[in-house]
Design a binder for this molecule. Sequence first.
Ligand code: ZN
Ligand code: ZN
Length: 143
Amino acid sequence: MDKKSELLNLFTRKCQENDLKITPQRTAIYQELISALDHPSADVIYKRVRKKFPNISLDTVNRTVLSFAELGIVRVVEGYGKPKRFDPNTENHHHFQCVKCHKIIDFHNKEYDQLEIPKHIGNKLKVLNKKVVLEGFCAECRK
Ligand SMILES: [Zn+2]
Ligand SMILES: [Zn+2]
């Protein structure tokens, strides 16, 4: 099974477990998210989904992606405030974020995965996931 069908199965399962109705719009929004490589904001997803569902509203898209975040099938990308950006990749990975164009690039690194949680944090707080964020200029902005 390819990655996308695997994610769609996860989507179906999570919706069923949480009594979230699987509507064609919700499915389209999720499919748009997992096809996107750019950690899109709700606004960007809205513009893409609108091509298939001209009547969908930005508000619906907004609420839908936030409910996906609650189900744990997408993550809200850290930092930089508004607009919120979303990440369909809930596996352990790290980010490079361009400070100029705000592009977010996923990367994997075993050593970063194994970083230990500082005791003073781990003793007090419950850590759900660990991510290293590198900031700088992407290849285009560096020119
Ligand atoms: Zn850039
Ligand atoms: Zn990511």
